[in-house]
Structure formats: C-alpha cells, structure tokens
Design a protein. Structure first.
Length: 246
C-alpha cells in the first residue's frame, strides 16, 4: 500500500543570517511522525535530495531536505559545487549551525514528533550530519552514504546521542579505507554505537543514479552501483526502524 504524502518548501534562517529553503515531505495523516533531515551532496538541495525526502515520507517519516548553500542553490558543475562547499568550511561553525537550523525547523513542524529525530546525509551531506551528531544534537540515528568522514572536531564520549551507520564504497577514491579506519577509531574512542558497511566494487556516489553522468561531465571519480544503493537503503531503513517510534 502506498502512503499518501504531502510536500512543501519551507524558508528558514541560519544563525549567520543566511536564508535557507528546505523541502518538506510527510505522510498526509494528522498524526505526528518521527522526523529526519536529509543533507545533500555537494551539488546542493536538488531533485535527488528531494526524492530521498519523499521516499522517507512514503515509509512513514516526516523529512526535510535541508539547504546548506542558501536560496536552494544547486549545480551540476563540480567546480561550482566545490566553491560553494568550501564556503561552508570558511567559518568552523557554519556547517553545524546551518544543519541545526534545518533540524530545528523540522522539529517545529506540526507533522513531526520532535522527540523522535534522525538524520541522513550523502557525500558532503554525510559530513554535515556526522558533525551535527558530534555537536550533541538530539539525533536518535544517523546514516551516511559515501560520506566525508573527517570531523570538525573528534567526537567526545557522551556527546553523540544515537546510533551511527556509515555506508561506504570499497573503491571510493575520495574517502579512502584509511579514512574509514580513522573514523572507526574515533567512534570506538568516544564509545559510540556505530556500524560501518563497506560495499564491494562501489565508488564515491554509489547511491546516485546520476553519478556516472556527473563523473563523465566533470572528470571526477564517481560511480553508481544499483546493488550497493539497494543494500544501503535497506540498512538505513533498518536503522531508522530500530531507533525511531512514531
């Protein structure tokens, strides 16, 4: 049975004054649902991110695809994406502050149970949600797909409040297996409940059906892998089911 969903755009502001535009999707029922922010790849809050929010809504969650660049800026050009992404690194607090603004906006929606929050992120968005979790945000679960794993600051014991799931491609040349090992050490040191799943023959961007097209157009090492995408999504939904209630 397909769940009827509703969608809308929501404008909100970050602590730095930047206007942000999120894409909200939720079941059409009146009952509040667990809420999940969806942090985008470095391309910005595009149709792919919105699609993931709609899929979450169809699974019974309320989801907000968050805007990290402002004014819902998106691109398919890797140089532009890199420029925008690096702008969010210029101030050490920008990423967490903008992600927190999105989480607070999600929690304030009448369709959302503000005591049941989680986050998922893709590529750059994976770093966004991991750093948000490291900041102590009230997230019961975090899932990342081909994420940048290096922290703004390493996790401190007791700070991360939920279970972490990292979904990674074995052939990812942008985030190496050494980076994964360092992340595992960080999580163990902070006594964080976490799992890392590594998919064979999967590159960076494995969850995005447009990865091969973007790779060819921009000369970057990306690749779509249908089986890794399916297995990753199954693992993500298992994580959410374990940790969230309506």
């Amino acid at each position: 049975m397909t769940i009827s969903i509703q969608t809308r755009e929501i404008q909100y502001n970050a602590a730095d004054g930047q206007r942000l535009v999120g894409y909200f999707a939720a079941p059409s029922s009146q009952t509040p649902h667990a809420g999940i922010i969806v942090a985008p790849e470095w391309w910005g809050r595009n149709e792919y991110t919105e699609q993931r929010a709609r899929e979450l809504a169809e699974h019974g969650y309320a989801a907000l695809a968050i805007d990290m660049y402002g004014d819902k800026n998106v691109t398919t050009d890797a140089k532009q994406a890199y420029e925008w992404m690096m702008q969010t690194f210029a101030d050490a607090d920008t990423i967490v502050n903008r992600a927190k603004a999105g989480l607070d906006t999600l929690a304030a929606q009448p369709e959302v149970n503000a005591d049941q929050l989680a986050a998922i992120g893709f590529c750059y968005g994976g770093k966004v949600v991991l750093d948000l979790a490291r900041s102590g945000a009230p997230l019961k679960a975090v899932a990342t797909f081909h994420a940048t794993l290096a922290p703004k600051a390493p996790a401190v014991e007791g700070q991360i409040q939920g279970e972490i799931l990292v979904l990674h491609g074995e052939l990812d040349s942008m985030v190496t297996l050494d980076d994964v090992a360092s992340f595992r050490e960080e999580m163990h040191a902070a006594k964080v409940d976490h799992e890392v799943i590594i998919f064979e023959d999967a590159k960076h961007g494995f969850s995005n059906p447009l990865a091969d097209e973007r790779a060819k157009a921009n000369g970057v090492d990306l690749g779509y892998n249908l089986e890794a995408e399916r297995q990753g999504l199954d693992a993500m939904y298992d994580l959410l089911e374990r940790n969230l209630s309506a």
